[in-house]
Design a protein around this ligand. Structure first.
Ligand code: FAD
Length: 473
């Protein structure tokens, strides 16, 4: 069977590698000239924490044909060809594009203004930042805030200009966003919210954003971070069903039975996720189906936990912002905020955990498992016991076996334990065996913690058992 994959990003590279490993004939078409890289870590590249080499993704086996450097222009579904090359099954993994709002002065992007989606964008931002002292980030969502922190870490004065009433309004309530803004201010990033940009002027002193209320914000570098739009143009031109993304079912199949779509370009049950966890899960489903490894493989949706990857800031946000019962705790001076949203059945419907909080693991567990929230809400919020200590911070020992340690790759504690028992005795070996911590990297310490604990328990038990065996035989 011949498989064609259009798009050599995080999802396309995953499928190419898996199918290649299983001996399937694969041709990959990629618009970007470079080998595939971990797009998530472009934020770390901007922050100067990782180099291009360090963010490269593993390459597929040699027999996988890579056709990189130019975009596919046409798909003929009747003839079953991509740019004239025949396929039996086709996978669309065309990702998404950065959205540039229709603001006068932004189309085309003026000199000194960039989006951040590709490695080439990151290179250009870094080259520009090297000679500049100030930057504006247009958009105070997750990616905008990560870019802002990275640029501030380089010593630049950074202003985030955000149209919403508060930062990250899709994930945070106003109080939580207020604490986040204060934390950012301490790190050299000012934020201007409720800011409708009416035009962008390119002048001698850089770029000036003129806001609807008359305010202006000037900086020498501008990063536009106003969300993404799934790249569906090829699918639409081929006549496939397209909503906000390419519409797929639970087998990641599009409206054509031989065409699949995965990742940022796809819309599953009405949701275009735009995150790597769902993209990789969908990629694994398609690899299993096309290689015949699991004909029942299915993707049924994801529960999302958003984590900010910014030096000096710990933020995890999940689920709903409002609900039947809301308990919260704020300590703006120390940059700490916690909020639990509990539904009418006493289950965790959403949470915000900002700042160093030992209960993050427990809260994420409750969100994942749907177990009832303990009566002692205070401990869960702050990690400090109330009248009765019914919950304690999570440790590798207390984590249930099914606890998800790496969300990008959906790796559980049990899978890490099995890999450890199978001989993977270091965090790197565990990562190689399970792919844990190869995504956004926020679980690196958790994987190391589980590895250390396994070293103290599993191998200890193994040695004890061996000793016992020796003594008794
Ligand atoms: C700076 C940054 C930080 C991020 N941080 C996080 C994070 O912390 N957590 C998280 O979950 N997600 C994060 N994301 C999102 C994550 O990167 C995406 O969800 C992921 O890359 C989706 O993978 P994909 O393969 O679907 O799309 P992509 O990785 O975008 O790959 C799509 C590829 O298809 C190519 N392509 C498009 N059209 C064609 C064509 N016609 N012919 C050939 N090739 C084509 C594109 O050039 C691209 O290389 C971040 C993204 C960015 C930019």
């Amino acid at each position: 069977m011949k498989v064609a994959i259009v798009g050599y990003g995080m999802a396309g590279a995953r499928i190419a590698r898996e199918l290649g490993r299983r001996g399937t004939e694969v041709t990959v078409f990629g618009a970007e000239p470079s080998t595939a890289y971990n797009r998530i870590l472009l934020s770390s590249m901007i922050a100067g924490k990782q180099s291009e080499d360090e963010i490269a993704l593993p390459t597929p086996p040699d027999h996988v044909e890579l056709r990189l450097g130019s975009p596919v222009e046409s798909i003929d579904l009747e003839a079953k060809t991509v740019d004239g090359i025949a396929f039996d099954k086709l996978v669309l993994a065309t990702g998404a594009e950065a959205f540039v709002p229709p603001i006068p002065g932004l189309d085309p992007l003026p000199t000194g203004a960039y989006v951040l989606r590709t490695i080439e964008d990151a290179r250009q931002i870094l080259a520009e930042a090297a000679n500049r002292a100030s930057a504006i980030v247009l958009g105070g969502g997750l990616l905008g805030l990560e870019a802002a922190r990275g640029l501030a870490g380089r010593g630049m004065d950074v202003t985030v200009v955000h149209a919403g009433t508060h930062l990250m309004e899709r994930q945070l309530d106003p109080d939580g966003a207020g604490v986040l803004a204060a934390t950012y201010a301490e790190l050299g990033v000012e934020s201007v919210t409720d800011a409708q940009t009416t035009r962008v002027i390119h002048g001698d002193d850089g770029l000036t954003l003129v806001l609807a209320d008359g305010r202006t914000v000037t900086g020498q570098l501008l990063v536009v971070s106003c969300g993404i739009r799934p790249d569906t143009s090829l699918a639409a031109a081929a006549g496939l069903e397209v909503g906000r993304g390419v519409v797929i079912d639970d087998q990641c199949r599009t409206s054509h039975p031989d065409v699949f779509a995965v990742g940022d370009c796809a819309e599953h049950r009405g949701i275009p996720y735009g995150l790597v966890g769902p993209a990789w899960e969908q990629a694994d489903v398609v690899a299993d189906l096309l290689s015949g490894v699991n004909e029942d493989a299915a993707y049924t949706g994801s529960r999302l936990v958003t984590r900010l990857k910014a030096a000096g800031i710990d933020l995890a946000a999940m689920g709903r912002i409002e609900g039947d019962e809301v308990v919260s705790f704020a300590d703006p001076v120390r940059g700490t905020y916690a909020r639990l949203v509990i539904d009418e059945n006493g289950k965790l419907a959403g949470a915000v955990m900002l700042g160093d909080n030992p209960m993050v693991g427990q809260v994420v567990q409750l969100f994942d498992t749907g177990d009832p929230v303990p009566h002692d809400r205070r401990t869960l919020l702050m990690g400090r016991p109330g009248e009765s200590v019914s919950v304690a911070p999570e440790t590798p020992a207390s984590m249930p076996e099914e606890a998800v340690v790496c969300r990008c790759n959906n790796v559980t504690k049990k899978e890490l334990t099995d890999a450890f028992r199978g001989g993977a005795r270091t965090p790197q070996a565990l990562s190689d065996a399970t792919q844990a911590s190869t995504g956004c990297g926020t679980c690196v310490e958790d994987v190391a913690g589980v590895c250390k604990w396994l070293g103290e328990t599993v191998s200890g038990l193994g040695e004890a058992a061996a000793l016992l065996n020796e003594v008794t035989t």
